[in-house]
Design a binder for this molecule. Structure first.
Ligand SMILES: Nc1ncnc2c1ncn2[C@@H]1O[C@H](COP(=O)(O)OP(=O)(O)OP(=O)(O)O)[C@@H](O)[C@H]1O
Ligand SMILES: O=P(O)(O)OC[C@H]1O[C@H](OP(=O)(O)OP(=O)(O)O)[C@H](O)[C@@H]1O
Length: 219
């Protein structure tokens, strides 16, 4: 039997949390390992395991009906998809950060070199502030850039703040919070309405917390 929906999932950091979320909603009965298989069939669904930034590509082009992706990626790529639901997982913040001694200079700057994995969000953010920028695209370990004077500041994700702290950087300004979102292909939304609404109702369903085990009961 053919699957009802094809769903693109982000490999990496959001992967486990997404599987746990789907399990808690009864969408997945068992978990699957993040191995080498990139196409996994489970019940009514076929899951595609792809890079986080590629999730919107699969959904926008109709290869996947649905996808799970961080809001940060949606802001950067602005794909032509519908955003259906905030899963409330993968919470982090997009921020400008730098060396503490740069803060006063940052506040007065008319030009900045900014290292980031998010060039579009960065350009738009500083354009609105009237600050000229040289945006330096990096694919990771962005925190290194101000330490080695490759950039004045960075625009990156922060969750616990540990990476910033360990590299002696501090947050200058917050741009946006981010959580994982469920996105939908526009044609699928019309052509597979029943399947998508059935999936969405499962995702939105409030399920009772697991029964308290006897050994956990307060005495
Ligand atoms: N430190 C973090 N804490 C919480 N969520 C995060 C954090 N970093 C990233 N995320 C969220 O998880 C998503 C995927 O992050 P991940 O680090 O796995 O991807 P990536 O760095 O784009 O991928 P890759 O390293 O494979 O190129 C991000 O788009 C963001 O929404
Ligand atoms: O505030 P924290 O909890 O320390 O998390 C923030 C770090 O997590 C992400 O990087 P990731 O670990 O995905 O590695 P990367 O540098 O390769 O993007 C992000 O780019 C920060 O570097």
């Amino acid at each position: 039997m053919k699957y009802a929906l094809r769903i693109a999932l982000p490999k990496g950091r959001l992967f486990e949390e997404t599987l746990e979320f789907f399990k808690s909603k009864g969408i997945l009965e068992e978990t699957f390992e993040e191995g080498r298989r990139l196409q996994v069939r489970m019940g009514d669904y076929e899951f595609l395991l792809v890079k986080p930034f590629d999730v919107p590509v699969y959904v926008e082009n109709g290869v996947a009906d649905l996808g799970v992706v961080g809001y940060d990626v949606l802001l950067e790529r602005e794909p032509e998809v519908y955003e259906l639901y905030d899963l409330g997982i993968g919470f982090c913040r997009l921020v400008i950060a730098g060396k503490e001694e740069m803060l006063e200079q940052y506040k007065k700057a008319s030009f900045l070199r900014v290292a980031t994995k998010y060039p579009k969000i960065t350009r738009e953010f500083f354009l609105e502030k009237g600050i000229k920028t040289k945006v330096i695209y990096l694919n990771g370990s962005v925190e290194l850039a101000p330490l080695l004077n490759l950039a004045d500041v960075i625009m990156d994700l922060v969750q616990t703040g540990r990476t910033l702290k360990e590299n002696n950087l501090v947050v200058f300004e917050e741009i946006s919070p981010s959580t994982a979102r469920l996105i939908c292909n526009r044609a699928s939304y019309r052509n597979k309405k029943d399947e998508i609404f059935s999936f969405l109702s499962k995702v939105q369903e409030e399920r009772p917390k697991e029964a308290i085990q006897p050994h956990q009961r307060a005495t």
